[in-house]
Design a protein around this ligand. Sequence first.
Ligand code: PBG
Length: 316
Amino acid sequence: MRRLRRNEKFRAMVRETRLDAGAFIYPMFVCPGAGVRNDISSMPGQFSMSVDNAVSLAQIAERVGVGGIMLFGIPEEKDEVGSGAYADDGIVQEALRAIRENVRDLILVTDVCLCEYTSHGHCGVIKNGDVENDPTLELLAKAALSHVRAGADMVAPSDMMDGRVGAIRSGLDTAGFTDIPIMSYAAKYASAFYGPFREAAGSTPQFGDRRSYQMDPPNAREALREIELDLAEGADIVMIKPAMAYLDIIARAREAFQAPIAAYQVSGEYAMIEAAAANGWLDRERTILETATAIKRAGADILITYYALQLAEMVK
Ligand code: PBG
């Protein structure tokens, strides 16, 4: 076996998995104000930014050649029903208009969820202490439609309510946006790895947790059912999240479905690598490349990662 490992020329020739910047999506956090660039302490190197700075960063993303960016909003105010998620002058809507004006060669994706906009931090509306499924669908469809009206090329619902893909699809179709694809967070697990994100978005649930809607980590067959349902409702791309601890799910989904699969290397995965690298315990660049490659090798077509910009430079 060593004959084909002898030098980089041979290794490159027989390499089975290659990374390509066009398949990377870079998540960004947008907040109110001007000239704002706040550190996210558990995600060194990542920031929440006002629209002006988000535009500059989007231009960098375009220049390095990543396929797209995914926007998360941190609103000025939160309320019980997450109105900021579907307000025409909401933070993501404002960011979309500004970025769309300045950036052409980048797919603008939005995360569609209520948790960053609700005072209680849950991904849906609350009744009697519980997250209500069907009343939430209407609000998600409204949020998706307002994103598309503001310039989104694709919407990515991350709430894990049942039936949201169908509700969003019909909302978009009815409004004439039949050409806008949906990338659903189809198999999204109730994971400890979202911790740093919740610091960034201020979206930690004020009571309880997300286990009544996000998936139970021990379940794999259930992920295939989730994906099957989302595809039946009209999802164009299905996502698995987190990535590294769920490579088996990615591989099984790859075997079972022909649709494009995205995987999200989440905030906690980023934080782990950064912390170890800062301590000199891991080689940062090699770890970034190796984890991205592993996610791709498992079967993901699209990689959503906070390392998208660095990776794009590395794989040039
Ligand atoms: C919103 C949402 C979350 C993430 C993406 N969309 C947080 C959550 O479900 O609590 C996590 C992303 C990350 O950790 O990088 N529902």
